[in-house]
Design a binder for this molecule. Structure first.
Ligand code: NAD
Length: 256
């Protein structure tokens, strides 16, 4: 009986930034739980490769080209997802970019794209998804992918810190406004998760030193994402909304 709580069989899901990294893994996890997943990002070729991986494990997924900073592109993507798979029930709002910026020198040219993708883009996806969920009336779950840096600082990434802090509060605000429609909005706040993009850093002395201070003394692995993502996307978390859930080996609690 409890297993059924975590199933997403036949439900339409949307994962943004699904072409690689965490988004690819979120998409595979939801498909593994039975969801029909619309894979959104800008790079069709990469999305097709992820769709093929999901098909190979018996899952159902289709690429959708979407730029999350473009309202029309987001709206068209949500419509396409519903045309393909029916009422949208779960969204992993994952697209993001990071850019190192020195506080005293950061320019608007460096600041703007980070805010555009991580905050404005995430809000556009969450808003369009929420509109679809309110319209179909079956409820749904929106999972915003934040970061531990939404709640604590890290020098050199001021725009990213600000965007993720903003996304945390967008999450709370949306949760409060949408609860009456059966739409839940939570955030996952990962610490450091090993991906193709950052793997080489963790082999360097500073990377190893940083990881040596995280309470669990290890990097997060992509497999660590599966349980929290399925939990928040499914009815297993039916009475949870407006929460920012850490996924960080104890990192946000403090270095020890
Ligand atoms: P990544 O760079 O590997 O993937 C980012 C994804 O976002 C890609 O699919 C990319 O195409 C997509 N994207 C970027 N701009 C886009 C746009 N304008 N429109 C549509 N898609 C766009 O990064 P990742 O490490 O997989 O990170 C995924 C999410 O997890 C991000 O929101 C990131 O902030 C968050 N996060 C990652 C870590 C980590 O350790 N990897 C830690 C905390 C939070």
């Amino acid at each position: 009986m409890t297993d059924a709580l975590f199933r997403l069989d036949g439900r339409a899901a949307l994962v943004t930034g699904a072409s690689r990294g965490l988004g690819r893994r979120f998409a595979m996890a939801l498909a593994g739980a039975g969801a029909h997943v619309a894979l959104a990002a800008r790079d069709l070729e990469r999305l097709e490769a992820v769709a093929a991986e999901i098909a190979a494990i018996g899952g159902e997924a289709t690429p959708i080209v979407m730029d999350v900073t473009d309202r029309a592109s987001v709206a068209a993507g949500v419509t396409e997802a519903e045309m393909l798979f029916g009422p949208l029930r779960a969204v992993i709002n994952n697209s993001g970019i990071a850019l190192t910026q020195r506080l005293l020198e950061v320019t608007e040219t460096e600041w703007d794209p980070v805010i555009d993708v991580n905050l404005t883009g995430a809000w556009l996806v969450a808003q369009a998804s929420a509109k679809a969920m309110v319209a179909h009336g079956q409820g749904g779950s929106i999972v915003n992918i934040s970061s531990i840096l939404g709640q604590r600082t890290n020098p050199g990434v001021i725009a990213y810190n600000a965007a993720k802090a903003g996304l945390d509060h967008v999450t709370r605000e949306m949760a409060a406004e949408l609860a009456r429609y059966g739409v839940r909005v939570n955030a996952l706040a990962p610490g450091y998760i090993e991906t193709d993009m950052n793997r080489s850093y963790w082999e360097t002395p500073p990377g190893k030193a940083l990881m040596g201070r995280v309470p669990m003394r290890r990097l997060g692995q992509e497999a660590d994402l599966d349980g929290p993502a399925i939990f928040l996307a499914s009815d297993a978390s039916a009475y949870m909304t407006g929460q920012i859930i850490g996924l960080d080996g104890g990192h946000a609690v403090g270095f020890i």
